[in-house]
Design a protein around this ligand. Structure first.
Ligand SMILES: Cc1ncc(COP(=O)(O)O)c(C=O)c1O
Length: 389
C-alpha cells in the first residue's frame, strides 16, 4: 500500500507545531467553510433514544431526496440507483471490488487522486496511467494514446471531473471520446464527480451520467464532504443504473452493515441548504482561486495553470525534488515562526519520476491566510538549498 502523499508528511508538521511553528495547511482538501445550518440543526436537535443501524443501502428518505438533487444537474435517477456509502472513499473501494477481478486493469489519467491507487491495490487491480501534463493544462491525450493501453485485461476507465489534483474540467469532446472508448471496448466508466458544485469557468459540466448509450457501464462516485463542508460525517454515494453492479455492491454494503446514521441525517437536511449559502461558498472559492493562482505565478520560477474547478492546483516549483522541499519546509525552515505544508506531486503519479517538481496546493484557507502562505512559500524557495532556477 502506498502512503497518502496528502498525509505522509503529517508527523513532520506535528513536530513543527510542537516546536511552536505555525503551519499553513495547503496540503489537504479540508474546507474551512461552515457546514450548512440545516445540517448542524439536525445534530443540535436530535431526538432519538437509539442510535441504530440504518439499511445497508442507506435511508430511503435520503435517497428519495437525492433524486431531486441530481435532477437539478439533469442526472435522472430513481432511489434504487443510489447506494449510500461511508464517504466517496468507500464508494470507490466498493466500485473496484465489485467490478474488477484481481489482475484487471483500469486506465486513469494521471496525476490522479492518490487514494485511487491504494483502493486499486486493495482490489488487486492494476492501474495503467495515461499521462496528462502541466504544459497542456492537463487536457486528455488523444484516443490513440488510450487505445495503446487497452488489452484483454482492461476493464475500466476512471475519471475525476472536475479533477483533483489538477482542477481540470473535461470538455464535451473529451467526454464523448471517453464514451466512445467505453462503448467500443465495453468498459466500466467510474466517474468521480464530488466537486461538481465547484466549476468556475462557465463551461458546461458534463457528467458521465449524461453520456448516452453507456448507462449500464457508468458508476458515479459522489460525496457530501466537499459540497457541504461535511468531511467528518463520512457520507458518500455509489450510483449506477446497472442492477448487476448494484447487486454486487450490496454484498459489500451488507458486510459493513450500514452507512453512518448521524451522517445521513445531516446530509439529508443539508440538501435544503439555501441558494445563498451555496452561492457564498462558490464566490469564496472563486476569490481564493484567483488569489492563489495569481500569487503562485508571480513567484519567480513557479508555474500553475488556472484550475477550472475543484479547489486544488498542481504547481511546478523550481526545486530538485518537491518531496524533499515539502519536508524541508517543515523540518528546516520557518519565516517569522511560520511555514507551509504542501502535498508532493510525485504521489499523484504512478509513472516513476513524474511530478518530482510539482506540488498539489489546496485553496481551502481564507484569503489572508493564502496570501501569507504564498509569501512564506516565496521565502522558502529563496532559502531552499535545492533550488534549480
Ligand atoms: C476526488 C475525490 N474523490 C473522493 C474523495 C473522498 O472523499 P470522502 O471519502 O470524504 O467522501 C476525495 C477526498 O478528498 C476526493 O478528492
Amino acid at each position: 500500500m502506498p502512503q497518502s502523499p496528502i498525509r505522509k508528511l503529517a508527523p513532520l508538521a506535528t513536530a513543527a507545531k510542537e516546536r511552536g511553528v505555525k503551519v499553513y495547511h495547503l496540503n489537504i482538501g479540508q474546507p474551512d467553510l461552515e457546514t450548512p445550518q440545516e445540517g448542524l440543526d439536525v445534530l443540535r436537535n436530535i431526538d432519538r433514544h437509539i442510535l441504530e443501524y440504518s439499511p445497508s443501502q442507506g435511508f430511503k428518505s435520503y435517497r428519495d431526496k437525492l433524486v431531486g438533487y441530481y435532477a437539478k444537474y439533469k442526472i435522472h435517477l430513481t432511489a434504487e440507483d443510489i447506494i449510500i456509502t461511508s464517504g466517496g472513499s468507500e464508494a470507490v473501494l466498493f466500485a473496484f471490488m465489485s467490478c474488477l477481478n484481481p489482475g484487471d486493469e483500469i486506465i486513469i489519467p494521471e496525476p490522479a487522486y492518490a487514494n485511487y491507487m491504494a483502493f486499486a491495490i486493495s482490489a488487486g487491480a492494476k492501474i495503467r496511467s495515461i499521462a496528462t501534463t502541466i504544459e497542456e493544462g492537463f487536457s486528455l491525450p488523444k484516443v490513440e494514446e488510450f487505445e495503446k493501453l487497452i488489452n484483454e485485461r482492461t476493464r475500466a476507465i476512471l475519471i475525476c471531473n472536475p479533477n483533483n489534483p489538477t482542477g481540470y474540467l473535461y470538455t464535451r469532446r473529451e467526454m464523448n471520446q471517453i464514451r466512445d472508448l467505453v462503448k467500443k471496448y465495453d468498459l466500466y466508466l467510474f466517474s468521480d464527480e464530488v466537486y461538481r458544485e465547484f466549476i468556475y469557468t462557465g463551461s458546461p459540466y458534463i457528467s458521465a451520467c449524461h453520456l448516452e448509450g453507456i448507462e449500464d457501464n457508468v458508476v458515479l462516485i459522489d460525496s457530501v464532504s466537499k459540497r457541504y463542508s461535511e468531511c467528518g460525517i463520512r457520507i458518500g454515494a455509489l450510483i449506477t443504473k446497472n442492477p448487476e453492479i448494484r447487486q454486487a455492491v450490496m454484498k459489500f454494503c451488507q458486510a459493513r452493515l450500514s452507512p453512518p446514521l448521524l451522517g445521513q441525517l445531516v446530509a439529508e437536511a443539508s440538501i435544503d441548504a439555501s441558494e445563498e449559502y451555496m452561492r457564498d461558498i462558490y464566490d469564496e472559492y472563486v476569490e481564493r482561486r484567483k488569489c492563489l493562482i495569481d500569487g503562485l505565478n508571480r513567484i519567480p520560477g513557479v508555474y500553475s495553470p488556472i484550475p477550472m474547478g475543484a479547489f486544488y492546483t498542481m504547481a511546478r516549483l523550481p526545486v530538485d525534488d518537491s518531496e524533499k522541499f515539502c519536508a524541508w519546509c517543515l523540518t528546516d525552515f520557518n519565516y517569522e515562526g511560520e511555514t507551509v505544508m504542501m502535498a508532493p506531486g510525485a504521489g499523484f503519479y504512478t509513472t516513476p519520476g513524474a511530478g518530482h517538481d510539482e506540488v498539489r496546493i489546496a485553496y481551502v484557507l481564507k484569503k489572508e491566510d493564502l496570501l501569507r502562505a504564498l509569501f512564506i512559500l516565496r521565502k522558502a524557495l529563496e532559502a531552499y538549498p535545492g533550488r534549480t532556477l
